[in-house]
Design a binder for this molecule. Structure first.
Ligand SMILES: [Fe+2]
Ligand SMILES: [Fe+2]
Length: 262
């Protein structure tokens, strides 16, 4: 082949490679509000795990996030957690947990917090996937306005966002920082002052989304310029049909599909 043609072929290959490098695309699964402790809820987790395992190659998740309420005020009853943990571990992808209000209990804080760490890991942690920073936050203390704990969470979030510099960030937490609407009225489950402080922290151009559960309903809100995704539960309280979500991250944009327990 003539050298001019070779150069053209090599230039085309390098262009294609750099376009590929610039594109970040991956899938992950969100499970939320599993509320282990009954046979029915464990069966729902078993169904979700089987369903995730059977996903087609194009939708295979690189990791799973469980956005809290794995338990139902029963974290000290360890066997209730063991089978659920074993099922999720069998997916053979990283599983990230964070605490919900039915995992760590305010009235028995020290014991349930220790049990949480022992079973599920740290209350705050950071991971990185394909150049995207993933933050898993225990947002219950600021939501409940627990003096020291609230400050700790806000400081952790602020520091880790600074450490991420310009890297894209997705924040995962249990309860969304917006008013809660049910039974015909809006309820303040966060203080307006804390909602404003939390929202303010997230207004950095590299924060792409906040992903939560807790409401046992599907909702979408905006925290300033940041989309807030609220997923429905896997658990069956209030007659809910269990579901989980498959998110697709593509160059800073998040879409999702919902898979329902039939
Ligand atoms: Fe829940
Ligand atoms: Fe909750």
């Amino acid at each position: 082949m003539k050298s001019g043609l070779w150069r053209a072929v090599l230039a085309a290959i390098s262009l294609a490679m750099s376009a590929q490098a610039a594109s970040t695309n991956f899938h992950f699964v969100q499970l939320t509000d599993l509320h282990w402790g009954t046979e029915e809820h464990l069966a729902r987790t078993r169904w979700a795990v089987d369903s995730i395992r059977r996903l087609p190659p194009e939708l295979k998740p690189d990791f799973v996030v469980v956005t809290g309420d794995m338990m139902a005020d029963n974290i000290l009853d360890e066997p209730a957690a063991v089978e659920g943990l074993r099922l999720l571990r069998s997916l053979n992808v990283p599983v990230h947990y964070l605490p919900g209000n039915h995992d760590i209990l305010r009235h028995d804080l020290l014991r349930t917090r220790a049990a949480y760490t022992n079973l599920f890991g740290p209350r705050y942690h950071r991971a990185e996937h394909a150049g995207v920073t993933l933050l898993f936050v225990d947002a219950e203390p600021p939501r409940k306005n627990d003096g020291g704990g609230g400050t700790e969470a806000i400081e952790w979030l602020s520091n880790t966002l600074t450490q991420a510099q310009s890297q894209s960030v997705i924040v995962f937490q249990h309860a969304p920082a917006v008013l809660d609407f049910y039974d015909g009225r809006l309820r303040k489950h966060w203080s307006p002052k804390t909602i404003a402080a939390w929202t303010n922290l997230l207004q950095r151009p590299n924060v792409q989304a906040v992903i939560t559960g807790h409401f046992h309903r599907d909702e979408l809100h905006w925290l300033g310029r940041v989309p807030l995704y609220v997923s429905g539960p896997l658990a069956g309280y209030w007659g809910r049909q269990g579901s989980y979500r498959i998110y697709e991250y593509r160059d800073g944009r998040l879409s999702y599909r919902t898979v329902y327990l039939e």
